[in-house]
Design a protein. Structure first.
Length: 236
């Protein structure tokens, strides 16, 4: 493999990032994970303040890194990690808005598949609609871990939206199709993993309930959503 590192967006050299990377949209959440879960973390990236660290967890080498907001951003970072840093597995931990009456604030949503209103898949020039899905072994492991920890969770489809503020959300139509929650990155991550022949999973904490009008604060989202992290690190 040609060494294309450092990349325009990641300042690490080849070998400084582990084969498994746990990612979060907020780089400060990545820093939080490094401090809470990693032994001897070493920072490998600060370009655009998108913090990244490599350390060990229970003796196994793992990296954590931010990926920013939206499919365009995670599309760049996950592409570079998969294709230039020989990363084998990316697990995204993030927040989502619930569309299910029994998926409450603080519950986990494990994204088996990711619907989307994005044109991200157009680059592949497929003669149809691609269905972005998680790696099954990671999915099964996450569900088993959530059961072991005793965390409330649901597994199913999420909606990866290109827009946070939208004129016409049509949430009722996604609800009618059994979609559990809305987030902004899983579809692009799953497509990049599929194209690279790698593994990916998204584990979400419900930060707000769109139907019930419930929400959490930005500080709570940054520092208290640790259940999804427990599940993610159990997969390393």
């Amino acid at each position: 493999m040609k060494d294309n590192t450092p990349t325009p967006h990641i300042g690490a050299k080849l070998g400084e990032i582990a084969e498994t990377v746990i990612m979060a949209g907020d780089p400060l959440r990545a820093k939080f994970m490094a401090e809470k879960f990693l032994e001897n973390p070493v920072q490998f990236n600060n370009i655009r303040s998108m913090l990244g660290f490599t350390g060990t967890h229970n003796g196994k080498r793992v990296s954590v890194m931010g990926h920013g907001m939206g499919m365009a951003s995670i599309g760049i970072y996950s592409y570079e990690l998969f294709n230039f840093y020989d990363v084998k597995t990316i697990i995204r931990v993030g927040s989502a808005g619930s569309l299910h009456m029994d998926l409450n604030v603080g519950d986990l949503c494990i994204a088996m598949g990711a619907c989307t209103n994005s044109n991200y898949a157009m680059q592949y020039e497929l003669a149809g609609t691609f269905a972005p899905i998680a790696d099954f072994d990671l999915l099964r492991g996450a569900a088993n871990a959530a059961e072991k920890f005793g965390y409330r969770y649901k597994v199913g489809n999420v909606m990866s939206s290109d827009t946070f503020y939208t004129e016409n959300a049509h949430n009722d139509r996604w609800i009618n199709m059994g979609v559990l929650a809305i987030e902004m990155e899983a579809a692009a991550l799953y497509m990049n993993a599929a194209r690279a022949g790698k593994r990916a999973l998204t584990i979400l904490t419900i930060s707000d309930h769109i139907l019930k009008g419930e929400a959490t604060t930005a500080e709570e989202r940054q520092n208290t959503f640790t259940k999804m992290m427990d599940v993610a690190f159990s997969l390393v």
